[in-house]
Design a protein around this ligand. Structure first.
Ligand code: HEC
Ligand code: HEC
Ligand code: HEC
Length: 105
């Protein structure tokens, strides 16, 4: 069902000619950390060939809505949430690259 929903969203976006992304053509800002704002760019993830349901699934970010999951570094370091990929294998290692996610103002 969730996959179906995702596909429907994708189909709608494609048919309306809007660039697809995570979420559609936009960037989500996570602004709670003292380390600096995290700029989550949908296009970068889409261009890396990542499918919606690789992130939008039960164990990660079930809802396509901002603010439903609390992200902590402990979880990322433990290989959960963003850390499923940001572990130095599929994507750059979170432990060694704070400033690729956290942008100081
Ligand atoms: C690399 C991981 C990732 C991928 C891939 C991904 N998303 Fe997301 N998406 C997220 C995260 C993280 C959030 C915020 C969730 C939260 O805060 O609870 C989110 C939120 C959203 C939102 C809500 C945005 C808002 O402003 O509230 C929409 C809509 C969305 N995603 C659609 C999609 C669609 C459609 C796809 C596939 C084209 C997709 N996402 C792929 C990680 C991803
Ligand atoms: C399904 C795998 C996956 C997940 C989950 C994921 N990412 Fe990524 N992310 C990537 C890939 C692949 C890249 C491209 C850069 C690379 O190859 O290291 C990337 C790039 C980025 C970049 C661009 C940084 C730069 O310097 O180019 C940021 C910022 C980022 N991710 C933040 C996040 C955040 C925050 C989350 C969790 C909300 C997240 N990512 C979850 C795979 C993922
Ligand atoms: C892959 C992206 C990414 C990388 C790399 C990253 N973070 Fe984070 N970090 C996040 C996200 C997303 C949040 C949640 C912010 C929010 O909810 O507003 C967060 C939250 C935090 C928080 C507040 C929550 C907590 O766990 O205490 C701190 C402190 C933090 N990061 C420090 C760091 C440090 C230090 C590094 C490098 C060693 C780092 N981060 C690397 C994405 C990242």
């Amino acid at each position: 069902m969730r996959n179906l929903l995702c596909l429907t969203v994708v189909a709608l976006l494609v048919s309306s000619g809007i660039a697809l992304a995570v979420p559609a053509g936009k960037t989500i800002l996570f602004e709670k950390s003292s380390m600096g704002t995290v700029n989550f760019d949908g296009n970068i993830h889409k261009d890396a060939g990542i499918k919606c349901n690789e992130c939008h699934n039960k164990g990660m970010f079930p809802k396509m809505k901002q603010g439903t999951v609390t992200i902590t570094m402990n979880e990322i370091y433990a290989g959960k949430l963003c850390g499923v990929c940001h572990n130095g294998q599929r994507a750059f290692d979170a432990k060694a690259n704070c400033n690729r996610c956290h942008i100081k103002k």
